[in-house]
Design a protein around this ligand. Structure first.
Ligand SMILES: C[S@@+](CC[C@H](N)C(=O)[O-])C[C@H]1O[C@@H](n2cnc3c(N)ncnc32)[C@H](O)[C@@H]1O
Length: 444
């Protein structure tokens, strides 16, 4: 018998991943790019993850932001149990975890939040849970707070609907647990992959070419929730408008710059559409958008151009980790870093200096391209946490991330975790650039 939580198969827990774009510095950067004032954090702040899964993001952010109060909410007890064990092992004092659904969470005694995030939740739950999630935000968001909501989007998912139908409808006829159902479906997908109805599916192609990148835990939580439905941006904006939220920008940073993601024809067509929601919808058609990472606010102050520039220039941006962590750098990344201005900015950051005002556009481009990333100016202690993370390598609860003192984390190969755990030198041939990168961040 498959246990379910709100339509979720709960007999296989989800992945244990960190999501860098949920960090306060990243969300602040998104707000500043859009000319919106981020929450004031001088006197501390509160952050809440709705549907926090296994709690890896919440735990790493709590450990690296001692001045913040962090909360993780998830209806699946196994997820919260994992998050609590991780927080206890790494002695993280500023993280509270609650195994409740959004409706029950709304009645609990929480502070008002500066940041409320929900990654990979909104298009996986039905209308009732979506409403409950909005009610929580409505009740708990501080004026001027930021909300992050990611979701599977249309029209990019259209060609995958027959695949999802196969999973849900054919899967529903198979007895046994989730593992048995998914194994039978995977077998069938291999047989049917050439059919016209599945040929255009991105995910079917991926499953055949890179099955190792799609573990059972991902497939279960990605495709089996009963109410899974990709959403149009206009639907989500309408929903959030009902609680007074307005869109800020995208936490997929490149998508905030038309010139990085659209061609001239698209820009010309979009220039003729003045209604912002309609424009965004048609933009998603040009992008064949599959996944949106939207940031919203309620009651934030707008910044003038000078204040925006000053604040952007004074934020902390650090060099992103070396390849292969950025598996395939987007073309803009190599283009931007290979110009004199790009090289000057990277050299300044590498030397721990600020980029000058003339370099603001380049800074934003490099950041949007993933060459540099938003971080905190301080130096948080990450030793205990990284000891726990590296001690899990090769085990059943492996987490392939390392926390950085600048309050974010980087995805690492298990070999690097082993080197750290065993206090062995990093093999520079196998992991070019990593020894310097981790040493610079004082992690190794
Ligand atoms: C696809 S997972 C994403 C987990 C996490 N945000 C991440 O990105 O790793 C969705 C999560 O939402 C949780 N969830 C679904 N419906 C919920 C509800 N009504 N209340 C609280 N949590 C819920 C599930 O238990 C699951 O952990």
């Amino acid at each position: 018998m498959v246990r379910e939580v709100d339509g979720y198969a709960a007999d296989i827990p989800y992945l244990r991943d960190f999501k860098p774009m949920l960090a306060p510095a990243w969300l602040d950067h998104v707000a500043l790019v859009a000319g919106v004032e981020p929450p004031a954090r001088e006197n501390g702040f509160a952050w809440c993850d709705l549907g926090c899964g296994q709690g890896v993001t919440a735990a790493i952010l709590a450990a690296t932001h001692p001045s913040g109060k962090f909360y993780g909410i998830d209806a699946m007890p196994a997820h919260i149990d994992h998050a609590r064990r991780l927080a206890a092992a790494a002695a993280i004092p500023n993280l509270q975890l609650h195994a409740v659904d959004f409706a029950a969470a709304t009645g609990l005694d929480f502070p008002q939040f500066d940041y409320i995030v929900a990654h990979g939740v909104y298009s996986w739950v039905g209308a009732r849970a979506q409403r409950e999630l909005r009610e929580f935000i409505d009740r708990r968001l501080k004026p001027g707070g930021l909300v992050y909501l990611s979701y599977n989007a249309m029209p990019g998912w259209a060609r995958d609907l027959p695949f999802r139908g196969l999973l849900k409808e054919f899967g529903g006829t198979i007895p046994g647990d989730t593992h048995a159902r998914l194994s039978a479906i995977a077998e069938l997908v291999r047989t049917l992959a050439g059919l016209a109805s599945l040929k255009a599916s991105f995910i079917v192609k991926e499953l055949l070419q890179r099955p190792q990148d799609y573990p059972m835990a991902y497939l279960v939580h990605e495709f089996l929730p009963a109410d899974w439905r990709p959403l149009y941006v206009t639907e989500v904006r309408r929903d959030l408008r009902t609680i007074g939220l307005s869109p800020v920008a995208s936490a997929t940073l490149s998508e905030n710059f038309d010139c990085m993601v659209l061609d001239d024809t698209a820009c010309r067509t979009l220039a003729g559409i003045t209604e912002p929601n309609a424009r965004e919808l048609i933009r998603d058609y040009y992008l064949d958008q599959r996944f949106r990472r939207d940031v919203f606010t309620r009651g934030s102050r707008l910044l003038g151009p000078d204040e925006r520039a000053t604040r952007l220039l004074s934020t902390t941006l650090v060099l992103a980790p070396p390849a292969p962590a950025i598996a395939t750098p987007p073309p803009a990344a190599s283009v931007a870093s290979d110009t004199p201005a790009g090289r000057a900015v990277l050299a300044a950051l590498a030397a721990g200096q600020a980029a000058g005002p003339q370099n603001l556009e380049m800074l934003l481009t490099l950041c949007a391209a993933g060459v540099i990333m938003p971080a905190e100016p301080g130096c948080a202690s990450v030793e205990d946490l990284n000891r726990i993370l590296s001690s899990r390598v090769d085990g059943p609860e492996e987490i392939r991330w390392l926390a950085l003192p600048c309050s974010t984390a980087v995805e690492v190969d298990p070999g690097l975790l082993r080197a750290l755990r065993d206090r062995q030198p990093i093999d520079a041939k196998r992991y070019p650039g990593w020894r310097d990168f981790l040493a610079k961040h004082r992690v190794y």
